[in-house]
Design a protein around this ligand. Structure first.
Ligand SMILES: Cc1cc2nc3c(=O)[nH]c(=O)nc-3n(C[C@H](O)[C@H](O)[C@H](O)COP(=O)(O)OP(=O)(O)OC[C@H]3O[C@@H](n4cnc5c(N)ncnc54)[C@H](O)[C@@H]3O)c2cc1C
Length: 427
């Protein structure tokens, strides 16, 4: 039996950052171990922002990464059928794309410099780990930690093992399917693409010169991933076809890599266990589609370290961290996302925003409010009031709310991933 102060499962951004912050804050003395998977971190076409405290955390780490593993983007291009406008991104609120494996490697180096021990096991072994009455058994080794951090990402392996109410949980996730392909964009922008393939998607420069990451994403039940993947391949082709028609974008035929993954769309229920602190993606603190998941994962790790110092229990910590989450998960963002799926396009929203942005009478405040909505997902009360005054949009929002309520109350038996997506070309 090995006694550990704090055992952290998962060497992703949240787990590594938690260890670094605990060390920096001097919590838990020398007994701090990360249980990591020995497989190298997968590539993910990740973008994020420097806005807010999490953004500052990220920016800090970006300086540790090789410069060619980070691309700053000074504009975002919004594309939908019949819509093509570009929003410039202020320097303060930069968007950037990051090479996820390099970020993890930089965090790992720092954790090791702070003498955090990292024990590596194959993921297959870790999938079978047992946790009972405060003891954790992995492949014959038994640990008795004072506390456990579950930073295992979307599967939330530990929390779901010990929390009875988590067993039946079947959360909605944002499912992501991507390919890195040869190609180029004439200006280094990120393109957010709504509609043509049914989900919300994006295209951004990749880290290989002359390549692009083209990503298809849609909401799906976790249990329906097989169906999602089958459909996603066709939807991705549809997306590539759409992008090939857009001036300034060239999507070539050479595929460098492909992959898929899930991003949780909702926080887990409050933890009952007094042993396990769920963090980052495992706690469901992501904000799919906003480019904020990564920084929220890092932010949750920082909040965790300060909460532990204040002696907060897992449940108290969860309340603290979800308060941040609620703020970010402003309902318009979620509803707008649901409606993309239902209608296969952005309804009136992109058109209304586009009209305002291009209108010569648009006030600078309104333009800024729209930029904040598009870039940061934050809707100011003034902008919300103006949107609601557009009859077309108010009607559509009400329909979306009604549908959302039906789904939440279990009145909608057709609650599956079979959205009325736009027909595939040639279908
Ligand atoms: C394809 C894809 C695209 C994405 N795009 C974006 C984006 O553009 N912007 C954005 O902000 N976010 C994006 N995300 C989400 C973002 O990557 C996550 O929110 C973020 O990485 C969460 O960090 P984390 O440390 O909580 O979890 P993760 O990064 O998932 O790390 C979890 C770690 O735990 C390990 N693990 C799993 N099980 C065990 C176990 N039993 N024991 C030990 N270790 C275990 C895993 O191998 C992994 O290393 C994307 C995710 C995917 C999958």
């Amino acid at each position: 039996m090995r006694r550990e102060g704090c055992l952290i499962f998962g060497a992703g951004p949240a787990g590594l950052k938690a260890a670094i912050e605990l060390r920096r804050k001097g919590v838990n003395g020398p007994d701090l171990t990360i249980i990591a998977s020995s497989e190298s971190p997968p590539y993910r076409p990740v973008y994020s922002t420097t806005i807010g405290p999490g953004g500052r955390l990220l920016a800090e780490y970006l300086s540790l990464m090789p410069a060619d593993r980070v691309t700053f983007l000074d504009r975002i291009r919004v594309l939908a059928p019949g819509v093509d406008f570009t929003v410039s991104v202020p320097r303060q609120g930069s968007y950037f794309t990051i090479d996820y494996p390099s970020l993890v490697a930089a965090l790992k180096r720092e954790a090791q410099e702070l003498e955090v021990s990292i024990l590596e096991f194959p993921l297959t072994t870790l999938a079978r780990l047992r946790i009972a009455s405060g003891e954790v058994a992995i492949n014959g080794s038994v640990f008795e930690p004072d506390l456990v951090v579950d930073a295992t990402g979307v599967d939330a392996v530990l929390a779901s093992r010990v929390e009875p109410e988590r067993r039946g949980e079947d959360p909605w996730v944002a499912a992501v399917y991507f390919k890195t392909v040869s190609g180029f964009m004439t200006s280094p922008a990120m393109a957010l693409i709504f509609g043509p393939a049914g989900g919300t998607s994006w295209l951004n420069p990749s880290f290989e010169p002359g390549c692009l990451d083209l990503v298809y994403s849609a909401w799906v039940r976790k249990s329906k991933m097989t169906e999602f993947l089958e459909e996603a391949r066709c939807r991705w082709e549809e997306l590539a076809h759409f992008c090939q028609q857009v001036p300034g974008i060239e999507v070539g035929g050479r595929v460098i890599r492909d992959g898929w993954g899930m991003i949780r769309s909702q926080p887990i229920p409050p933890p009952k266990s007094r042993l396990i602190y769920p963090l980052g993606e495992a706690a469901g603190l992501a904000l799919p589609g906003s480019g904020d998941s990564l920084r929220l994962a890092l932010l949750s790790a920082e909040l965790f370290a300060s909460s532990l110092r204040q002696g907060l229990t897992p449940e108290e910590f969860w309340r603290r961290v979800t308060a941040y989450h609620r703020y970010y998960l402003f309902f318009a963002m979620v509803l707008a996302r649901l409606s993309f799926q239902e209608k296969g396009n952005l309804g009136g929203l992109v058109r209304i925003l586009g009209q305002w942005l291009s209108s010569p009478t648009a006030s600078p405040q309104l333009t800024r409010a729209i930029e904040r909505y598009v870039i940061e997902g934050k809707l100011s009360p003034q902008l919300f009031a103006r949107i609601m005054r557009q009859r077309e949009f108010a009607d559509y929002l009400l329909r979306v709310v009604a549908r959302w309520l039906k789904v939440r109350l279990g009145l909608n038996s057709d609650h599956s991933n079979h959205y009325p997506l736009p027909p595939l070309r040639g279908a």
